[in-house]
Design a protein around this ligand. Sequence first.
Ligand code: SF4
Length: 217
Amino acid sequence: MKPTNKNEIIFRRNKTLSEKVAAALRSRGFDAYICDTGDEAASLALSLIPEGSSVSWGGSYSIQEIGLVDKIRSGNYRVLDRDATATPEERREMMIKALTADVFLTSFNAVSEDGVLYNIDGIGNRIAAIIYGPSMIVAVVGMNKVCPTKEDAYSRARGYAAPVNAARFGGKTPCVATGSCADCKSPECICSHIVETRMCRPAGRIKIILVNEELGF
Ligand code: SF4
């Protein structure tokens, strides 16, 4: 039966495309999973994380949106939470500890259909953890972040995800004032590092949970 509701139409397209994207991710050494909803993704993520693990996360909206961060905070884990610190020094210390956590939770800003991932970071702690350190990376990625080509994914990360995230953090950058990237060099620029992750070594360290609904920015 043909779907008529807008969300159902997009969901049907996502459900088909996510199979292709998951296969592309696996060909690059990532573990890839597909969930239909954010709730399913949160449950799957929890099933991947052994109890007692040290767990930290970056400033991803997606993992908060699905309730994963709250579940980690209330679960049987050793939580490394920079937002629970009292001073800038403690916060920095916690962010450094996160680089050697057992598990680091995140999302990505964009993914190409052939499985290349993009992330933009201001300070660099999130992408540092993704690249090296934590034994396991669990990334929750809504299918709204999948783009046809690598160029499209880069463009999404820079031209859409970054200005929206800048608006979220409310810094003094041109994109917060105009909604559009001005390729700025502002002290509060959130685009200091732009990383393309095209393979996972060792294989399986980075686990990508694709979600067939819209999550994050
Ligand atoms: S204006 Fe600056 S902070 Fe905003 S998206 Fe562009 S480079 Fe990033």
